[in-house]
Design a protein around this ligand. Structure first.
Ligand SMILES: [Zn+2]
Length: 433
């Protein structure tokens, strides 16, 4: 089905700075952007933009979508007690059905916030992948690999599931792709990391992993391995151009340069870091100066507690301005690129993250008629500093309108919410029973 969106201001986050094209029509067909300009060819559906801002579909570079079922379950704790006392005991009772219901709720939330692609690492990754597919979203899905038994099974069973996922959803093909997802240096052995590295190499797969999230993680890695977490990953083959390193809050300038040299990407998650008080501040200016790809991630909905990439882009910009006492750090155009183009690059969705002829038609239209988005001196400033996910009027994924003016057109959102509520109640009852 073809689609034409008229009278929009297009914001395309080009590497040399955002490109703005005012009062154009965008033509979409077969999942791709076909034309941007003054031409208005016939289309099956026409959306009147009325001067709204059209941005690339936002990309969430790090998260655990199914944790929507634990949103608000445990707050106001530091990372380790939050994990050990609150989250892991409940996760021990997870089933694939809980994960599927939670990931569908997250998908509905993402769609309403203009997010069209996400990276995910969690138990029962196939259920996350299925939820993404049902919602029409692009997804890099990885089974969270740890050396302990989990609700998904013993480590060897999880590894077998990962191999199945890699076979059935090959990296580099389609919109829902398998990846490797070792949880962290402190939860996986060197031997596990080497197995992951071999599989990633064999399948051309991405490696998602939490890295240097807390000071404790760095100290423990140094004590146990004689290396900081990044060097340990490097030593065991997990620092590649397809690695997505979440957090990196406790990272030196030299490590930032090593990330860039390896061609790896960083998923910066300022909201979750601040909420869990992990203390370190990701060296984003140094990473960018070294040429690394830096995207933004919301992390799980139990530690954010929203999935709103626009919110994350603004928080990223503000965090580094404030931290450096330098308002010129991370200007709006850079933050917009982190939330779109850089995220797409990090996830390996190289045809996404931009509004250009031939690119994936993954797009978000921001309603500029709202009082907090007037007047319009600078569309890029408005998108990053004034807009929020809730300002999305239309979300287009793979060329299909999945959300428009408050209505989902693909998901039955009433059922999605009811199923997730039931899953959350069942899970917590089981865990606390
Ligand atoms: Zn995480």
């Amino acid at each position: 089905m073809s689609l034409r969106i008229d009278q929009v201001t297009v914001l395309d986050p080009a590497p040399q700075g955002p490109r703005i094209r005012e009062d154009v029509s965008v033509v979409v067909d077969e999942g791709r952007v076909r034309e941007i300009g003054q031409a208005r060819p016939e289309a099956d559906r026409v959306i009147e933009g009325g001067g709204d801002l059209l941005v690339p579909g936002l990309v969430n570079a790090h998260g655990h979508a199914a944790m929507t079922v634990l949103r608000g379950y445990a707050d106001d704790l530091p990372l380790q007690p939050w994990l050990e006392r609150a989250i892991w005991p409940v996760e021990a009772h997870l089933t694939g059905d809980h994960v599927h219901a939670g990931a569908r709720l997250a998908a509905a939330e993402m769609i309403e916030a203009g997010i069209t692609a996400f990276a995910d690492m969690y138990l029962f990754a196939e259920d996350v992948a299925r939820a993404a597919e049902e919602a029409g979203l692009a997804c890099l899905a990885g089974a969270s690999i740890v050396d302990q038994p989990t609700a998904e099974g013993r480590p060897e069973e999880v590894l077998a599931n990962t191999k199945t996922l890699l076979r059935e959803r090959p990296p580099g093909e389609g919109r829902v792709r398998a990846s490797l997802a070792p949880h962290a240096v402190y939860s996986t052995s060197a031997e596990t990391l080497e197995t992951v590295a071999e599989l990633a190499d064999e399948h051309g797969a991405s490696i998602q992993i939490h890295v240097a999230e807390t000071m404790q993680e760095v100290y423990e890695a140094e004590a146990e391995h004689g290396l900081r977490p990044l060097a340990h990953l490097d030593e065991h083959g997990c620092l590649t151009e397809r690695s997505i390193l979440a957090h990196c809050g406790w990272m030196t300038r030299a490590e930032a340069e090593r990330v860039a040299d390896a061609g790896a990407s960083v998923a910066h998650c300022p909201t979750a870091n601040q909420k869990l008080a992990t203390g370190g501040t990701t060296p984003v200016p140094e990473l960018l100066a070294a040429g690394a790809t830096v995207a933004v991630g919301t992390d799980g909905p139990a530690s954010n507690n929203r999935i709103d990439v626009l919110q994350e882009a603004k928080r990223a910009a503000l965090t580094h301005k404030h931290h450096r006492w330098d308002a010129e750090q991370l200007p709006a155009g850079q933050a917009l690129a982190m939330a779109t183009r850089a995220g797409a690059h990090a996830l390996g969705f190289t045809d996404a993250g931009r509004v250009q002829q031939g690119a994936w038609a993954d797009l978000a239209l921001l309603d500029t008629d709202r009082p907090h988005l007037r007047p319009m001196h600078d569309p890029v400033s408005q998108a990053v500093y004034a807009a929020r996910g809730g300002d999305v009027r239309t979300t287009i994924a793979d060329g299909e309108v999945v959300y428009h003016e408050g209505e989902h057109e693909r998901l039955d959102v009433g059922t999605v919410v009811a199923d997730a509520e039931q899953a959350a109640t069942d899970l917590v009852t089981e865990a606390e029973g």
